[in-house]
Design a protein around this ligand. Structure first.
Ligand SMILES: Nc1ncnc2c1ncn2[C@@H]1O[C@H](COP(=O)(O)OP(=O)(O)OP(=O)(O)O)[C@@H](O)[C@H]1O
Ligand SMILES: [Mg+2]
Length: 521
């Protein structure tokens, strides 16, 4: 049973469906939309993902949806936006029961959701994607003009003729927002929208959300583990725990207060901890790397046992290229990668893993994990040396790792049945126990504050046993807290901070904008 949460605000009114920019502009004068969730239940087998959730959501406000990993946030948002049905309960829009099934019907009723990875068609141009779902009467010319008008209004940069595959995640989000707005959406749901976008794009996104809520009366629901973002943006928060609604409050609130609401207790911020360094384990010798987005020239670095190197930079500035060059996923144009006197530069990914490197990719379901496979099957895949699988043995390890990594899921669950944060835990659980060097793209992506801290405790424990760690993160605080040395990248250029204890988030923020000369003075 859950303790119930009460609605906060007075009801608001009317709503009209639109399908073009003029109607979108007209909507500014239409009164705000009110949504009421009544007794929403959703079970997945034995998991009660949403347990009797009742909630009132009022237009003109940005509402943060908080909760630990697996609390039920994405499930509730998917129900509201028509991506999955509730087992029972009702959704009322402006006092009327909304019986929609499917996301298109939800959009028609005024509710649209921006998925974490936007659902555009990569081969289509920006304009073609924008046209998707618009009325057949809309000409390309009208679409182009609408796209330009709304983009301009929010400071979005969208070139209509560029294929969606070639624009950044931030721009794909912008495209989806513009599309949903012209389709008449009055409630916009964003599930962890700031993972994978640059700081500038985050500012543009937040300004747009604020304008939509304040000036145009839209309801914005923001699911996020980044409490700084929630504090900067939200007017109120709702908190879920183990499927139940356990709190609602108006903002402002401090980070500590939000943490207490989410976890029922305080969580002390992690202290910096320096490890003791051993021999040189990884030598990067005058590496020149070229990937699709960036070229990094002649980077040299000696990494010692037990050392943590944090890589900072806007998306695509060189940090991902460096990590992938180390493991053989990005081509090296010049220089060498040497692990303990063994030159791995021309070696395959597999050979590098065998030699003592370990890698985990930021794109969980695109690269790191395989949708459709169970946790046990993932574990079986890790032992690629054998031609026979020792299933009882693999099941045993799987169960142990589930327990050790506190994964909310069962050995026989398919990976996509786990919540985002629990998928991330499983990705970590699959890494070898004590490699020489771990190369980790965004190791705490999508983790709640408590889980992120806990993952770092595990990593620091491995460091204490001599493993070196190279990682990147969009969270500068994480880089400052856990690194011994930091490399900041900007458009392929780099700047090494020899002693991370002298770095601050402000300095890093400055550097990732490319102000290297100023920092050197
Ligand atoms: N399709 C599914 N099949 C089975 N179980 C599911 C499915 N979707 C979600 N669940 C389970 O429902 C619970 C809530 O998951 P949900 O994704 O809503 O959590 P969340 O609050 O979004 O977590 P996170 O912060 O980690 O993203 C989890 O235990 C998850 O494993
Ligand atoms: Mg989620």
């Amino acid at each position: 049973m859950c303790a119930s949460g009460a609605g906060l605000h007075p009801p608001l009114i009317i709503y009209g469906r639109v399908s073009s920019v003029s109607a979108y502009i007209f909507l500014r004068w239409v009164a705000n939309m009110e949504i009421e969730l009544q007794h929403i239940h959703k079970r997945f087998g034995r998991v009660h993902a949403n347990n009797d959730i009742s909630l009132k959501l009022h237009g003109g406000r940005i509402i943060g949806v908080l909760g630990e990993n697996g609390a039920g946030k994405s499930t509730l948002m998917k129900i509201l936006s028509g991506y999955q049905p509730a087992d029972s309960g009702s959704i009322l829009i402006d006092g009327q029961k909304a019986g929609y099934h499917g996301p298109q019907a939800a959009i028609a009723a005024g509710v649209g959701m921006l998925q974490q990875d936007p659902l555009d068609v990569p081969a289509f141009t920006v304009l073609e994607n924008f046209l998707y779902g618009q009325p057949a009467s809309m000409t390309r010319r009208a679409a182009r003009s609408d796209l330009a008008k709304i983009s301009h209004e929010f400071g979005f940069h969208l070139d209509p003729e560029t294929p969606a595959a070639r624009i950044s995640i931030g721009q794909r989000q912008q495209l989806e927002i513009v599309r949903l707005l012209t389709l008449g959406v009055r409630t916009l749901i964003l599930d962890e929208p700031t993972t994978g976008i640059s700081a500038q794009q985050k500012t543009i996104l937040f300004d747009a959300l604020q304008a939509l809520a304040r000036d145009q009366g839209m309801t914005v629901l923001l699911v996020s583990h980044k409490l700084e973002d929630v504090i900067a943006l939200c007017d109120e928060v709702v908190v879920l725990r183990a499927g139940c609604l356990v709190g609602e409050r108006a903002m402002p609130a401090t980070k500590a207060e939000l943490v207490r609401l989410m976890f029922g207790q305080d969580i002390a911020p992690q202290e910096r901890s320096a490890g003791s360094l051993g021999e040189i384990v990884l030598k990067l010798d005058s590496l020149t790397i070229q990937d699709r987005r960036v070229r990094v020239e002649t980077l040299s670095l000696d990494v010692r046992e037990g050392e943590v190197i944090g890589l900072a930079g806007l998306d695509g500035s060189g940090q991902e290229a460096l990590m992938r060059a180390c493991v053989g996923l990005t081509p090296v144009v010049g220089g060498n990668v040497v692990l303990k006197d063994r030159d791995l530069t021309r070696r395959s990914y597999r050979e590098r893993m065998r030699a003592g490197l370990a890698f985990s990719a930021a794109g969980r379901l695109e690269e790191g994990l395989v949708a459709g496979l169970t946790l046990t099957e993932h574990m079986a895949l890790m032992d690629s040396e054998r031609t026979m699988i020792d299933w009882p043995g693999v099941r045993d390890i799987t169960r142990r790792q589930i327990e050790r990594y506190n994964v909310r899921g069962r050995a026989e669950d398919r990976i996509e049945m786990l919540s985002g944060g629990n998928q991330q835990r499983w990705l970590m659980a699959l890494l070898p126990e004590q490699p020489r060097v771990m190369i980790l793209e965004q190791p705490t992506r999508g983790l709640d504050v408590d889980s992120a801290r806990w993952v770092w405790q595990l990593l620091l424990d491995r460091r204490a046993h001599g493993t070196a760690i190279i990682f990147n993160s969009p969270d500068l605080d994480e880089i400052v807290t856990y690194s011994d040395r930091i490399i900041v990248f900007f458009a392929g250029r780099f700047h090494l901070i020899e002693d991370a204890s002298t770095a601050t988030v402000e300095v890093l923020g400055h550097l990732i904008g490319g102000n290297f000369e100023e920092a050197a003075r």
